[in-house]
Design a protein around this ligand. Structure first.
Ligand SMILES: Cc1ncc(COP(=O)(O)O)c(C=O)c1O
Length: 460
């Protein structure tokens, strides 16, 4: 099957003019092509393949180009802009930080870092006692791996084993890549860490695509048996387990009883429970963190993206005794806790509270999911599942007509919606994800969903 590529040839599309969307040029805009050419000439192609729009400005829930086109954004630039693009209070906090003439501090102390950390600990659940700040999500998951392994050392475990789930995504650096994806996708690394043990993700469907309603406790017992059959002594060989709070490409959550069974077992066996909340945190799925849906208390939480709604910032949160496992000076990086990132993070936390984004994510999430479920009923030949929670939605597609891999259909839908003024999350797989800024007004959310419905009807 040919891989889908968004057309780089300008196509005349029907003009759109509503209060929230404007398309009045060919798409891609002919004048934008030279920018794509320069990017193609000077940048690794690994960065390319996105929809052919040149972002000039993004404000709240809209994205603008230089040529007067404007889109409703259902991506939040991949789940970052939870408090809205270019949020005014975040910009003000950044301006104040800039005016202090302190652009970088390394690990030297700064007041803004102390203020942000105090707020972070106060506004997060009680299991969060300390934090460690970094710049990228992948650094946060690498750090969690280090903490789990230091814990194994402290507890005199025989092996520093970590349990991870195949198909998860935890970042692109080498350690994070070891706990991500599938064996085939990790082939380029040349080895599989012998102390990482992988379990299949319990998708809500079976090999034939039929819905699966397996009891989570039974699934958990089977996993324990599988690990034991590999000669693993869970108490002595395993230091931690890492869950991506929902599996990213599909927005599929684990069964609650399955996670609860693991959490109870981990507690009894001195195994640290880590949740990767990099995509799901900061009210994306309703509660501040998605793990709260499972009603468990993790030992370690990795955050990023929505923690600042803007600048590069990520964090590892957790119990004080776990965060204090590394020796003084043995866990830091040059750009950790940059003062501008801290200023953005602080204002973001305050905005989540001031704007009531937890409540809004729950309320608007109901509108989102009602509409998505309605689309499922209308287009069962194209949609097999609707997943997600709060202001995270995903449509899992199947192409019952052509029987082709539905990733092609998903890409076509993203392209058509883009031409009508709506940006959906293009996953490159048989899913489409929806994650608007949590600040989006209800009528703009509805307008964007109307466009998605129209595109689903038109796609054959
Ligand atoms: C669940 C999850 N973990 C880790 C990462 C990696 O974060 P970053 O791209 O900031 O390194 C991502 C990014 O998409 C993610 O979604």
């Amino acid at each position: 099957m040919t891989t889908f590529q968004f057309s780089q040839v300008p196509i005349d599309v029907p003009h759109v003019k509503t209060s929230y969307r404007r398309i009045h040029t060919a798409i891609p805009v002919p004048q934008s092509l030279e920018i794509f050419e320069r990017l193609s000439d000077f940048e690794s192609r690994s960065m390319h393949g996105q929809m052919p729009i040149v972002w000039d400005r993004a404000k709240d829930f809209q994205v603008f180009d230089k040529w007067g086109n404007c889109w409703i954004d259902f991506t939040s630039t991949i789940f970052v802009a939870n408090a809205g693009h270019a949020n005014k209070k975040i910009i003000q906090s950044l301006r104040n930080a800039l005016d202090k003439d302190l652009l970088h501090t390394y690990t030297y102390a700064s007041e803004i870092r102390a203020e942000f950390l105090q707020n972070l600990i106060e506004k997060t659940p009680e299991e969060v006692e300390k934090a460690y700040l970094v710049s990228a999500g992948t650094e946060a998951t690498e750090t969690a791996m280090k903490l789990m392994r230091l814990y194994a050392d402290k507890k005199n475990k025989k092996r520093p084993g970590i349990i991870a789930f195949d198909g998860s995504y935890h970042g692109r650096t080498m350690g994070a890549a070891q706990i991500s994806a599938s064996h085939l996708e990790r082939k380029w690394m040349g080895y599989d860490d012998p102390n990482i043990f992988r379990l299949p993700f319990p998708y809500p469907w079976d090999e034939n695509g039929n819905s699966r309603t397996e009891d989570g406790n039974i699934r958990f017992s089977k996993d324990i048996d599988t690990l034991k059959a590999q000669g693993i002594n869970l108490k002595e060989d395993i230091s931690g387990i890492i869950f991506e709070s929902y599996i990213g490409w599909a927005a599929a959550f684990f069964p609650t009883d399955y996670v609860q069974a693991w959490a109870a077992y981990a507690k009894e066996n001195n195994i640290l429970v880590t949740f990767d909340e990099i995509q799901s945190g900061f009210a994306r799925t309703g509660p501040l963190f998605a793990y709260q849906h499972y009603k468990v208390k993790p030992d370690v939480i990795c955050c990023g993206k929505g923690i600042s709604s803007s600048l590069p910032l990520a964090a590892v949160l957790g119990r004080a005794d776990v965060l204090d496992l590394p020796k003084i000076g043995s866990m830091s990086s040059t750009h950790s806790a940059n003062p501008l990132s801290c200023a953005a993070g602080l204002a973001n936390l305050q905005e989540i509270e001031r704007l009531g984004l937890v409540e809004k994510s729950i309320k608007k999430g109901e509108i989102l999911h009602k509409r998505l479920n309605n689309m499922h009923s209308k287009y069962p030949e194209k949609i097999s599942h609707i997943l997600g929670a709060g202001m995270l939605g995903s449509l899992i597609l199947h192409d019952t007509k052509t029987k082709n891999n539905a990733s092609f259909l998903a890409s076509q839908i993203c392209e058509k919606a883009m031409r009508k003024g709506v940006l959906l999350v293009h996953t490159g797989k048989e899913s489409i994800k929806i994650g608007p800024p949590l600040t989006i007004p209800e009528d703009a959310l509805t307008e964007g969903l109307d466009v998605l419905d129209e595109v689903l009807r038109e796609c054959n």
